[in-house]
Design a protein around this ligand. Structure first.
Ligand code: 2HG
Ligand code: ZN
Length: 481
C-alpha cells in the first residue's frame, strides 16, 4: 500500500525530483507523508502525490518548475500550524506538498541596519533566539512560534501578541524572496526603508496564503532588545473593564505597551485544569483576565513604577480585583504559558469551533455579549471560551463543544455557528478573519464579505500570477461560479 501513484506522479518527474531534492528530499510512502496531509488539529485531511522537502531556494524553484511543466499543483507548507486548513492539500491526490522546513538558515544579521535575512523554513522561535543572541529582538510572537516557520508566518501575515506595539508580520518585512508558479525566483531581498519603485510586490505576497508564490526567504526588521520588561496578570470583571485598563495604560505611556491580552474565565480554567503545571497564580478565579506586558530598551525601574501606578489606580477605580507582577523571568514565562496554552487546552477539552475575528475596540464588549448569548441559544451547553489580542480588537471567539456531547455532531454545525458569530461581527464593522487567514475553512465566506469589485480584483491578480491555478488550489479564493 502506497500513496505514491505513478499515474499522478510520472516516472520521469519522480526521477527528476529525486535528483533535485537529494536523499530524503522526496517522500512518497504513506508512513512518511501522513504527517503532512493533515493539520495539527486533525480537522482537515488531504492526499498528495508526494511530499517534497527542498533544502534551498534553488531546489524549491526547480521543484515548482518541474511541477508546472507536468501540470502538478503545489501546496506550500511550513510548520503545519494553520488554524484554517491553509497548508493541507485537497483530497484529489494530484498536488505535491512542498515543505520548507529544510530551508532553515539564518543568512545574516546586520547590526547596523538592524535586520535579519533568513530562510523561510526557520521556526519563528529559532529566529527570535538568533536575534537575541545578536543582542537584538525580532518582535513577532505567536503561540505556535516553536513550530510555525517564517514562510508560513509571512504567507498568513501573522499577528500575535506584540502587534499592539510593532504591527503585524507585514510591518516587519523589508525584503522578500519567493518562487513563482512557473518556477522563477522573485528576488525582492532589499534592506531598504524607502524604495518607491513600482507596485509593492512583497506586500502582495505577504498574506496571500501561498496562492500566488512560495515564500523562500525574507529580510526582517529587528528592534533593540528590551532591558526592562514588566509583566502582570490581572483579574478583571469582563472585556469592558479590560478595555478601560488598556486605555489607562495607553493614556499614560502608549509606547511602553508590548502586549495586552484578554482571557475569559472559562478559557483560563481549561488551561489550569487540562495543561500540566499551569496553575492560576491568583487567590481566586475571576470571570476574566488580562496579561499586560510593558517593555523598554532602557534599564532601570521606570516600568515597574509605571505598572504600579496604573494598576494602583485601576484597583482604586474597581477595574482590577487582583493582580500579580512577575518577579523573575521564570514567573514571566509561567504567565505567558497560561496565555499561550489556550489553543492546546481547548483542543484537549474536545472539539471547538474557532472564530478569529476583529472588531473596533469600542465594539468588543457588545460583540462578546451578543455572540455569547446567540451561541448559547443556538447550542445549549456550548462552552464560550473567548480570548485574544484585545489591544488589537482581535478576539478568538472560540466555542468548545458541550461537555460530554458528540464532538463530530458539534463540528458538523461549524458553519452555522461561525455564521451566527460573524453576522454580529459584520454588524459591528469587523472582519471574519483577523490574523489566521482564510485557508479552506473560511473561503466560502469570501463572496459575502469581499464580493463585488474586491473579490474580482483578487481573482484577476490570481489569474495574472498563477494562470493555471497551480498554487495552493482551493485556499482563500472560493471556486468561481
Ligand atoms: C493565539 O492567539 C493563536 O493563541 C491561536 O492565534 C488562537 O486557538 C486559537 O484560536
Ligand atoms: Zn492569536
Amino acid at each position: 500500500m502506497t500513496s505514491f501513484s505513478p499515474a499522478l506522479l510520472p516516472d520521469t518527474l519522480t526521477s527528476a525530483l529525486e535528483k533535485v531534492l537529494g536523499p530524503g528530499g522526496l517522500l512518497t510512502q504513506p508512513e512518511d507523508t501522513a504527517a503532512f496531509l493533515t493539520d495539527w488539529r486533525g480537522m482537515f485531511h488531504g492526499k498528495a502525490c508526494a511530499v517534497a522537502r527542498p533544502a534551498n531556494t534553488e531546489g524549491c524553484a526547480e521543484t515548482v518548475r518541474l511541477c508546472a511543466e507536468h501540470g502538478i499543483p503545489v501546496v506550500p507548507q511550513g510548520g503545519n500550524t494553520s488554524m484554517v486548513g491553509g497548508a493541507t492539500p485537497d483530497d484529489s491526490g494530484r498536488a505535491l506538498v512542498i515543505v520548507t522546513s529544510r530551508m532553515n538558515r539564518v543568512r545574516e544579521i546586520d547590526p547596523v541596519d538592524n535586520t535579519m535575512s533568513i530562510d523561510a523554513g526557520v521556526t519563528l522561535k529559532a529566529a527570535q533566539d538568533a536575534a537575541l543572541d545578536a543582542g537584538l529582538m525580532l518582535p513577532l510572537s505567536i503561540s505556535s512560534e516553536g513550530s510555525a516557520e517564517i514562510g508560513g508566518v509571512l504567507a498568513t501575515n501573522a499577528g500575535g501578541n506584540n502587534t499592539v506595539r510593532y504591527g503585524n508580520a507585514r510591518e516587519l518585512v523589508l525584503g522578500l524572496e519567493a518562487v513563482l508558479p512557473d518556477g522563477r525566483v522573485l528576488n525582492l531581498m532589499r534592506k531598504l526603508r524607502k524604495d518607491n519603485t513600482g507596485y509593492a510586490l512583497r506586500q502582495l505576497l505577504i498574506g496571500s496564503e501561498g496562492t500566488l508564490a512560495i515564500i523562500t526567504g525574507a529580510i526582517l526588521q529587528l528592534q533593540p532588545k528590551p532591558k526592562s520588561i514588566e509583566t502582570a496578570l490581572c483579574a478583571v470583571a469582563d472585556a469592558r473593564a479590560a478595555l478601560k485598563l488598556f486605555a489607562a495604560f495607553r493614556n499614560v505611556e502608549p509606547s511602553a505597551i508590548q502586549a495586552f491580552e484578554f482571557m475569559s474565565g472559562l478559557s483560563m480554567t481549561l488551561v489550569n485544569t487540562l495543561i500540566p503545571d499551569a496553575p492560576l497564580p491568583l487567590a481566586n478565579p475571576s470571570p476574566a483576565y488580562v496579561l499586560v506586558e510593558l517593555a523598554s530598551p532602557r534599564g532601570g525601574d521606570t516600568l515597574r513604577g509605571l505598572m504600579e501606578e496604573v494598576l494602583g489606580k485601576a484597583f482604586e477605580d474597581g477595574l482590577v480585583s487582583d493582580a500579580v507582577l512577575a518577579e523573575s523571568e521564570a514567573q514571566r514565562a509561567a504567565f505567558w504559558k497560561l496565555r499561550e496554552e489556550h489553543s492546546e487546552a481547548q483542543k484537549r477539552a474536545g472539539t471547538s469551533v474557532k472564530n478569529d475575528v476583529s472588531v473596533p475596540l469600542s465594539a468588543i464588549p457588545e460583540f462578546i455579549d451578543r455572540a455569547t448569548s446567540a451561541c448559547k441559544t443556538l447550542v445549549p451547553g456550548i462552552r464560550v471560551a473567548p480570548f485574544g489580542h484585545i489591544g488589537d480588537g482581535n478576539i478568538h471567539f472560540n466555542l468548545v463543544q458541550p461537555e460530554g456531547a458528540d464532538g463530530a455532531a458539534f463540528l458538523a454545525r461549524d458553519h452555522e455557528i461561525m455564521d451566527t458569530v460573524t453576522a454580529i461581527v459584520r454588524e459591528l464593522g469587523g472582519s471574519f478573519s483577523a490574523e489566521h487567514g482564510v485557508g479552506q475553512l473560511k473561503s466560502y465566506m469570501m463572496p459575502e464579505w469581499r464580493g463585488g469589485a474586491e473579490l474580482d480584483v483578487m481573482r484577476r491578480i490570481k489569474a495574472a500570477i498563477d494562470p493555471a491555478g497551480m498554487m495552493n488550489p482551493g485556499k482563500m479564493l472560493p471556486k468561481a461560479g
